[in-house]
Design a protein around this ligand. Structure first.
Ligand code: ZN
Length: 199
């Protein structure tokens, strides 16, 4: 048995909006820093919740982060001395983030990736199923359903106060939209013809 492992690990933290994913990333990265490990945290620049140089959680905690567009940009900031790599909102990254994460793990780094596992339609979000399958450790966090207070793992999209349709564009111009955490019973989506075709 090898006592000095040369390969790293992949931890994936997933869940709905408001489930505390960024908070958990911040906790793990801060803990690694206390253990005197060299850390680097990244976020996609689409995430406009905070300034460009931080990951912020809804509970007010934060850590330094570098905003990047893709894997190539991210890798420029990671040298041999980095031991722990945190990536927030990884579901926004293009597919080339998967081989990049894989290479980091193979080269001995601990990667902590955070993302929404389901989109607003309640369907698997882009690269997330692949990442979850490759992970050594998976943490699925739950929020509290705003309707009934049960555990929630869906992100309910509301456009002008009403549940969005699956066919709605990602951005509805001129509409007021927001998201709520909801349980399976309270989550509501009109899938329309997208799903009836396959039934
Ligand atoms: Zn509910």
């Amino acid at each position: 048995m090898k006592n000095n492992p040369t390969k790293g690990t992949l931890e994936v933290i997933c869940g709905s909006m408001f489930s505390g994913k960024s908070e958990e990333l911040i906790r793990r990265v801060k803990r690694a820093s206390i253990a005197q490990q060299s850390t680097r945290t990244f976020k996609h620049h689409f995430d406009n919740r905070s300034s460009n140089d931080q990951v912020n959680s809804h509970d007010g905690s934060s850590i330094e982060a570098i905003a990047v567009d893709n894997a190539e940009s991210m890798m420029k900031y990671i040298n041999n001395s980095v031991e722990v790599v945190g990536i927030d909102e990884i579901q926004f990254f293009p597919k080339d983030i998967i081989p990049a994460v894989w290479d980091l793990v193979q080269s001995g780094k601990r990667v902590i990736a955070v993302g929404l596992d389901l989109d607003f339609r309640g369907l698997p979000f882009g690269i997330m199923p692949t990442l979850l399958a490759l992970a050594d450790h998976v943490t699925k966090l739950k929020a509290v359903c705003v309707k009934c207070t049960k555990d929630a793992h869906f992100s309910q999209r509301l456009v002008n106060g009403k549940p969005a349709k699956a066919s709605d564009p990602v951005i509805v111009i001129g509409a007021q939209e927001c998201y709520e955490a909801r349980c399976r019973d309270c989550f509501s989506i009109d899938h329309g013809p997208i799903f009836t075709i396959n039934k």
